[in-house]
Design a protein around this ligand. Structure first.
Ligand code: DC
Length: 226
């Protein structure tokens, strides 16, 4: 009887929030899919990439080379990264400043991929993400959610698509925004970021053994959300 009262069907304690993990490479559509699924389930979406991007922005603003492990590790604690929710949408804050839009540049993307290699940065981010995840039912997207941050998440998704398809999607998005970077360059940057994210020593991007693989190459966004 006690067990029945304390446990939900999939074995988590009643007082623990429901966390869904979505991992995958650059441009797989994690963020937009996660947003839509979270809306359908009436839960929050935590974009953990935004947190790494915010640390990267802090380093760039302070003239610190993202590849300089020693300096980045020594100073990452200075970056006051917080997540807030406004009308259900995540706003990512650096020392009280809303940097949600500033962290979406190509320069910050490359710097985020670089600083996320360093174990000192990852330790801080993983701890902060676990704290946030413990506060509410959430869908959490990133690279190491199913393999490190929330290894006990009851649902894990690994969302991917071929590099060419991901680059095509990114290219189309950028054209819409007036960014004319050629497709070949978009593909090259995506491959470089994939390689850095998958080959780093600490918690590289990989599919958790108990994750469900969703290959969205030939799927519409609606099909993926379903
Ligand atoms: O999801 P994104 O493109 O916004 O993430 C930016 C970078 O942050 C990505 O290149 C790798 C890193 N990252 C990570 O290492 N672990 C996460 N959980 C999320 C992002």
């Amino acid at each position: 009887e006690k067990r029945r009262l304390n446990k939900q069907p999939y074995g988590r304690k009643r007082d623990m929030p429901m966390n869904i993990a979505i991992d995958g490479p650059v441009g797989a559509g994690k963020s937009s899919i996660a947003d839509q699924v979270a809306q359908r389930l009436h839960i929050l979406h935590l974009d953990t990439g935004a947190m790494y991007r915010t640390v990267a922005l802090y380093m760039l603003r302070n003239g610190i080379d993202p590849q300089d492990e020693q300096t980045v590790s020594a100073r990452c604690g200075e970056a006051d990264v917080r997540v807030a929710y406004r009308d259900g949408a995540q706003r990512t804050m650096l020392g009280g400043e809303d940097v949600s839009d500033l962290i979406r540049t190509g320069e910050v993307s490359a710097a985020a991929s670089a600083i996320s290699k360093w174990p000192a940065v990852r330790r801080r981010m993983v701890a902060a993400q676990r704290e946030i995840a413990a506060t509410a039912d959430m869908l959490i997207d990133g690279r190491d959610i199913g393999t490190r941050v929330l290894i006990d998440a009851p649902v894990k998704i690994f969302l991917t698509a071929t590099p060419e398809e991901r680059a095509r999607r990114r290219y189309r998005q950028q054209i819409e925004k007036g960014d004319m970077t050629p497709y070949e360059q978009v593909l090259a940057e995506l491959n470089a970021r994939d390689a850095q994210d998958m080959n780093r020593e600490t918690d590289p991007l990989r599919q958790a053994e108990d994750a469900v693989l969703v290959d969205s190459t030939n799927m519409t966004p609606e099909q993926v959300v379903d």
